[in-house]
Structure formats: C-alpha cells, structure tokens
Design a protein around this ligand. Sequence first.
Ligand code: GRF
Length: 202
Amino acid sequence: MAEKIAVLLSGRGSNFLAIARNIAAGTLTNCQIDVVVSNKSDAAGVVAARDMGIATAIFRQKDYANKATCEQAMIDLLRERGVQWIVLAGYMRILGAGFIDAFAGRILNIHPSLLPSFIGLDAQKQALEYGVKVAGCTVHFVTNELDGGPIILQKVVPVLHGDDEATLSARILEQEHLAYSEALQLVVNHRVHIDGRHVRQC
Ligand code: GRF
C-alpha cells in the first residue's frame, strides 16, 4: 500500500507541487500526499492543494493556548490519518521537540544550501555574500538541531558571475524539485536507515 505523506508548508508550495506532479506522473511511486498542513490558510500551496482535491488542515498557534498544544493537535490529526512521513516544504515554523520526537526519523526537510553551510533564513543570500563558488540544496531528516539532521542527499549548482539572490535561488529551486522526490523515493521504499549522523542506503 502507498505510504501516506503529510506536506507541511507556509508559502508558494512549489516543492509540494513538484512532488504531487511526480506522483501523478508515476515517477515517484509507493506514496501519496494524504494531507497538506499549514499555519497559513491562504498560503498559495494550501490553495493549490484544495484545488487539487487534497485534504488540507490549518494549525495557527494563536488558536491554541501555546505552541505545545497546537503541535499536539497536529500530532493527533496526523496519527488519526495514519500519516507515515512528514515532509517540510517551506514550513516557516520551528517544530518543537514534542512533535519531532513523535515522528522521530520520519520528518524530512529541504534546505536551499549545502549543509552544514548557511543554516537558517536566506540561505541563498548568505551563500552569495560569502562568495562560495558552488551552492545547492540538502534533503535531510529533522532533529532538534536546526537544519542539522542526517543528510539524505544533496545537489550542487554553480554560482555564476553576476548572480543575484533571485537567479541563484531559481537555479537551486530547480534542483530542489528533483532532490525532494529522489529522497522521498528512498525513504518510502525503506531503502535508507539512519546510523548516527549518517544516512546509509540499504
Ligand atoms: C525552498 O527554497 C525550500 O528549500 C525552503 O523553502 C523554500 C520553499 O519553497 N525550505 P516552495 O514553497 O516549496 O516553493
């Protein structure tokens, strides 16, 4: 049976759409997007999910007593739905330890840099300002360390003379759309296991 994925997003959702397209095209198999979860009801990714008939759920911290109760409600929903994999795709909230522990080894994130360089916000801008000659993206498991979990895969792009944040981000994004589905295929097929800091293929 296809493994159930929840995509968590806060913005335009291009990584979500790339995954959805690959599943529809049959180039990413053995999984289905069960639900799109967001902290923003009007995020473009949420609107797109609704248009595609994919279930959506909105959790805003201000509707709950605190972050922990909000995240507990998310955990309850994801467990009720039998979600196996949590895919962070531009989700602009830092998940608490309770959530991360509830789905230990089952949460993936994509970050627009070659980790461990340039963690946090505006990674592409950080890379340009630093003057690196290559940049890229990283798909990794999520742990309590920000952008610090074991790396599943990375893709590299050149930084070209004259690049600005927009051109570099676009070049990286193209690779993100390939990388996320490749990484997901490995995890939903149970082809990787976590061994300390290492993600080993099996
Ligand atoms: C991507 O650059 C991703 O690496 C970062 O947030 C951005 C999300 O873009 N974590 P999108 O919403 O998937 O288009």
